[in-house]
Design a protein around this ligand. Structure first.
Ligand code: SAM
Length: 288
């Protein structure tokens, strides 16, 4: 944390994104990471894990709409959804807006993140008291392995993780995705935080390659995120049966009667139109 009341997320040694801080609301260090919640001048409350921006109140709806509603409107009847990570609660909040969802299991490794958000960012975390959400404080890698061995199945799995450092590192690995595949129902879909298409190309390549090895349908889609370095961010899409565009039933969006601030049927289709520099880099692994 900066003492002159700015926080700065640094990307390697060449880029920084700064936020003016009015007040520090929480600062802690868990066994996994540092956790800070600050009140900013321009973006409302901001959660940082290990100094990296996780969510801000001002624009969290963009990330949470796009990680959730894209797969949940491709799957025709998602009943059981698993969220890995997502300790701020924003993804689980969007999942349970879908009437078909009977249960959302959320597995977050760090209780400090959940408690800090419950206390200071109710905009995302207040949903965690909903009876359809089962919050488990555990390692998502371990949980998915056990679920795979025990034959537990989910229709959609959302990997809402931090960058691949510390406990999130295995979330970007082969074994994790093999267990994800086994834990999905026969028409299941996985969507994962897919890093920056400009700056984290090695990690994005690796993730798409792993999906290519594991799933018959592999795609990637983009969204704009004001508060992540570079502003353009990706989610990866792996699916056993449904194609993200060919099987997308536009009428289901209107029929849901849900009101969104970012997502709509045109954004859904447009998000998969990735720029040429990404397609050139990823084309040998995409199966879309
Ligand atoms: N939207 C955010 C982003 O991309 O910056 C992600 C937000 S959410 C706060 C990410 C969460 O993933 C963190 O709270 C972190 O503790 C959790 N996480 C990291 N590794 C994990 C693991 N192995 N199992 C479960 N949760 C994990």
């Amino acid at each position: 944390m900066n003492s002159d009341l700015w926080v700065e997320e640094k990307l390697e040694d060449f880029l920084g994104l700064r936020f003016k801080v009015e007040k520090t609301l929480f600062s802690g260090k868990s066994e996994f990471q540092t956790v800070d919640v600050v009140e900013t001048r321009g973006h409302g409350k901001l959660l940082l894990n290990d100094g990296l921006v996780m969510v801000t109140e001002r624009d969290e709806f963009v990330y949470h709409d796009m990680i959730t509603h894209v797969p949940l409107f491709v799957h025709p009847n998602p009943k059981r959804v698993l969220v890995i990570g997502g300790g701020d609660g924003g993804t689980a909040r969007e999942v349970i807006r879908h009437k078909s969802v009977e249960k959302c299991v959320m597995v977050e490794i760090d209780e400090m993140v959940v408690n800090a958000c419950k206390e200071h960012i109710p905009q995302t975390a207040s949903c965690l008291s909903d009876p359809r959400i089962e919050l488990i404080i555990d390692d998502g890698v371990k949980y998915v392995k056990e679920a795979a061995n025990q034959g537990e199945k989910f229709d959609v799995i959302l990997v809402d993780s931090t960058d691949p450092i510390g406990p999130a590192q295995p979330l970007f690995g082969h074994e994790f995705y093999e267990n994800i595949y086994k834990s999905l129902s026969e028409d299941g879909i996985v969507v994962s935080q897919g890093e920056s298409p400009f700056y984290q190309t090695d990690m994005q390549n690796k993730l798409v390659q792993i999906l290519n090895d594991t799933f018959p349908i592999v795609s990637i889609y983009n969204f704009s995120n004001l508060t992540y370095p570079g502003g353009l961010w990706s989610f990866t899409f792996g699916s056993k049966k449904y194609h993200p565009l060919n099987d997308f039933k536009e009428e289901a969006v209107a029929a849901s009667e849900l009101d969104f601030e970012y997502y709509n049927k045109e954004i859904h289709r447009g998000a998969f139109a990735i720029p040429s520099f990404m397609r050139k880099r990823l084309s040998s692994w995409l199966k879309d």
